[in-house]
Design a protein around this ligand. Structure first.
Ligand code: CP
Length: 333
C-alpha cells in the first residue's frame, strides 16, 4: 500500500523546503501540496522500513509530554531514533519545573539551550502559544487540550490514501466518511476536519455522528468554514443506520471527553455485529474505550492499527523536513 501511494504522488521537493525550522501548531498551516509531499516521503520511508539514513545524527529531541500518551510520544521518539537522533523525554509533570509553578515560556527559553526540536503535549489550549513566545527551535504540537493534534490528522489522512491511492487520481470515486465525535471539543476531530477540507473532492459527504444538540457540536463559525472549503457535512445521531453506507468510520474514545459515555456513548459502539459496509474501514486515534470492541481487531475493517503504525513514518517525514533541512538552509547561508 505505501508503494502504491508513492507511485500516485509526483515528487515536488520544493513544497517541503518551507517546513525547515517551522513550528507545527495547526492543520491551518498546511496546503495540499505540502501534505501530499509529506505523504510521499512517509510512504518512501514506510516502503523501506529497514533502510533509513540518519539525517538527525547529533540532533536532540525534547519530548515533553505533560499529559499521558502511548502512541504520539513513542511514535515521535521511534521516528527520531530511526533517523539517528538522541532524545530527552519528560513523561511526568510532577518531576518538572511545572510542579513548582514555572511557566511554559520560561521552560521554552531553557529548551533553546538543550535541544534541536520540541514535541509538546499539554492539556492547556494556550500551551503551545505560551512556549513559542520564547522558543527559537521548532516545536510540534502533539495535542494542546481540546484544540488540535495536527500530526494525528496527517497520519489519519495518510492511512486513507494508503487504503485508496486512487482517491488522488482525477475524478475519484468519492467516499462517505462518518465521524463519531465532536468537532467543538475533540482535538483529533478538529484537526481531521481541517485536513479533510484541503481535499474536498474526495468526499461524497462527511457525517458527524453524535446525540448532542446541534449547538454543542461545532464552535462558532467552524461549520461554515468547513462548508466554505467544500466539505459536505451532515449531522445525525443514528450510527447503525449510517454504517452500511460508510466507507470510513472514524470513531473516538467518547468516554474521554467528559461526555458521560453511559448516557450518550453506549449508542456509539462498534463491534463485530455492527452493520458495517463490507469493504468499509474503521479508524480510531486510540487509546480505545468501550466504543471499539476488540472482536473487530481480526477483521478487515481494522485499519486503526495500520493508522498507528503509519504515524511513525509520517512523523519521520515531518521531522526530516523540519530539522534536517534547517541545517541545509543554514549551510547555504
Ligand atoms: N492518538 C493519540 O494521541 O494517542 P496517545 O494519546 O496515546 O498519544
Amino acid at each position: 500500500h505505501p508503494k502504491a501511494l508513492l507511485k500516485t504522488i509526483q515528487e515536488d521537493g520544493d513544497a517541503l523546503v518551507k517546513l525547515a525550522n517551522q513550528h507545527i501548531i495547526s492543520c491551518d498551516q498546511f496546503d495540499r501540496q505540502t501534505i501530499l509531499q509529506l505523504f510521499r516521503l512517509a510512504s518512501k520511508y514506510e516502503s523501506n522500513p529497514k533502510r533509513f539514513n540518519t539525517p538527525l545524527k547529533g540532533k536532540i529531541l525534547i519530548s515533553a509530554f505533560y499529559e499521558p500518551s502511548t502512541r504520539t510520544r513513542l511514535s515521535f521518539e521511534s521516528a527520531w531514533h530511526r533517523l539517528g537522533g538522541d532524545i530527552m523525554s519528560i513523561t511526568d509533570r510532577s518531576t518538572t519545573g511545572i510542579a513548582k509553578g514555572e511557566s511554559l515560556a520560561d521552560i521554552g527559553e531553557m529548551f533553546n539551550n538543550y535541544g534541536d526540536c520540541v514535541v509538546l503535549r499539554e492539556s492547556n489550549e494556550d500551551s503551545v502559544k505560551e512556549m513559542t513566545s520564547t522558543l527559537r527551535i521548532p516545536i510540534i504540537n502533539a495535542g494542546n487540550g481540546t484544540d488540535e493534534h495536527p500530526t494525528q490528522a496527517m497520519a489519519d489522512l495518510y492511512t486513507i490514501f494508503k487504503w485508496r491511492p486512487e482517491l488522488l487520481k482525477d475524478n475519484p470515486q468519492k467516499i462517505r466518511v462518518g465521524i463519531v465525535g465532536l468537532p467543538n471539543y475533540m482535538r483529533t476531530v478538529r484537526s481531521l476536519l481541517k485536513i479533510f477540507s484541503l481535499f474536498p473532492e474526495i468526499f461524497e459527504e462527511v457525517v458527524i455522528i453524535h446525540d448532542k444538540t446541534d449547538d454543542d457540536i461545532f464552535t462558532e463559525g467552524q461549520r461554515e468554514q468547513l462548508e466554505e472549503a467544500g466539505l459536505n457535512l451532515r449531522l445525525t445521531n443514528r450510527l447503525n443506520k449510517e454504517l452500511p453506507e460508510l466507507d470510513v468510520v472514524y470513531i473516538n474514545a467518547i468516554a474521554w471527553v467528559g461526555d458521560d459515555f453511559e448516557s450518550h456513548g453506549d449508542k456509539f459502539v462498534l463491534n463485530a455485529q455492527s452493520p458495517l459496509k463490507e469493504d468499509g474501514i474503521i479508524l480510531h486515534p486510540l487509546a480505545r474505550g468501550d466504543e471499539l470492541s476488540t472482536d473487530l481487531d481480526e477483521t478487515p475493517h481494522n485499519w486503526y492499527f495500520s493508522q498507528a503504525r503509519g504515524a511513525v513514518f509520517l512523523r519521520m517525514a515531518l521531522l526530516t523536513c523540519m530539522v534536517e533541512r534547517t541545517e541545509m538552509v543554514m549551510d547555504v547561508i
